[in-house]
Design a protein around this ligand. Sequence first.
Ligand SMILES: [Ca+2]
Ligand SMILES: [Ca+2]
Ligand SMILES: [Ca+2]
Ligand SMILES: [Zn+2]
Length: 306
Amino acid sequence: MKIKGFASLTLAVSLLIAPGLSEASGTTTLDSQGNQVTIDGIPKAKTESKEKFDKPAKVERSTVVDVLDEKGKKLSEKKINKNEVKAEKKADKAEKKAAKEDKKNGKATEGELCILFCGGGTDPDPDDGGGSTDTAKVVTVLIAADEEYRAAHSDWQTLTQNIVENADNAFTRDHNIDFEIKALGQWSSQGANASEILQDMDRDWNGNGYDFVVGFTKDPNFNSGGIAYVYPSSPNGSAVSVNLDQGATNTWHAAQHEFSHNYGLGHDAQGSGIKCIMNYDYSYSVDYWDQDHDNEIEAHKSWYGN
Ligand SMILES: [Ca+2]
Ligand SMILES: [Ca+2]
Ligand SMILES: [Ca+2]
Ligand SMILES: [Zn+2]
């Protein structure tokens, strides 16, 4: 959509400093709500992932979603039903977390039991391994899919819901934060690169009362796997990120990485061997954070939701 005066000034400045993503990383600017932000992202995945999900994602709570047109006008409503994770999927995850096994100390099994016996509760995984304070947080999410993404995926509503509902599983498991989808918007994305497309998303969809607005794009100018604002403190308005269409599995990893940036997290050094979704070497292969980043999420958990 149209670029307004103030925003285009900011844009012009960041264009000078940041013509592409690599240079965009660490760029400081103001977002549409006046927050001082840095822009950070994730490179595209090196390998293709499955285009579709084999099964629906774990949905922690049932929710009613508003479907919005490009102007944010409500077109319809749809219900997303709570969907318990299957035991075998949980086992899969436990396997992936082998590197963390000593830290977890067999707690994955407790988590599994809790799914079976405490499924109706509001605290699905109280004994998680992330050092959670057990304060349950529910954060609201607006999903906006751009015209290229919607053209490529007639099932874009289900697909993007599944991506977000996969991206929040580790937040729920390790930090007791549930991302609840409240709206699905039809976005018209514009911009010459990923940073500009992020800023376009921010201008178009911020300020509507959601904790997070997350974009999904297939715009040919989006030269990144995902991109997000990194906030130094609890932001005014919504936390904003955009992810490239890279298939089901890669895209939800990118979404989890970008949501983590929204909580103020930076990156682990590449080549350090630190297994964390914030390390580019592992961003598309693990779904957990290293201890420092776990601590940081806990410290910033109060930024969003209630
Ligand atoms: Ca979920
Ligand atoms: Ca959720
Ligand atoms: Ca576009
Ligand atoms: Zn990043």
